[in-house]
Design a protein around this ligand. Structure first.
Ligand SMILES: [Zn+2]
Length: 109
């Protein structure tokens, strides 16, 4: 079983450490085993590429590098701020994620 992360694909997160601190972006990919994420426009790295058969133009390609999950926090749409996420089970047995600040349910897990 893969470890469950508190952040999922399509979540809006804010970077809380490193050079991109304070920036927000959407989670594009999650790597649960590594505890890392790819976040849109965050942790951009430059890749020098050479022309290949498929890509006729070489040059510098910018792409997102993985960022560790501990460097980001989920942005609660209600608080409009990075918040801590909790989990709880509703009366009907549904497991949900919720914002620990405003108690708003974020979504089902
Ligand atoms: Zn909230």
């Amino acid at each position: 079983m893969q470890p469950k992360l508190k952040i999922k694909r399509d979540d809006m997160v804010e970077v809380i450490a490193g050079k991109d601190r304070g920036k927000r972006g959407k989670v594009l990919r999650v790597f649960p085993r590594e505890g890392r994420l790819i976040v849109e426009k965050i942790n951009m790295i430059k890749r020098h590429t050479r022309p290949t058969q498929y890509q006729t133009q070489g040059g510098i390609l910018e792409k997102e590098a993985k960022i560790h999950i501990s460097n980001v926090m989920l942005v609660c749409s209600r608080c409009d701020a990075p918040v801590r996420v909790g989990r709880r089970t509703l009366e009907d047995g549904t497991k949900v994620r919720y914002c620990k600040k405003c108690n708003e349910v974020i979504d089902k897990t």
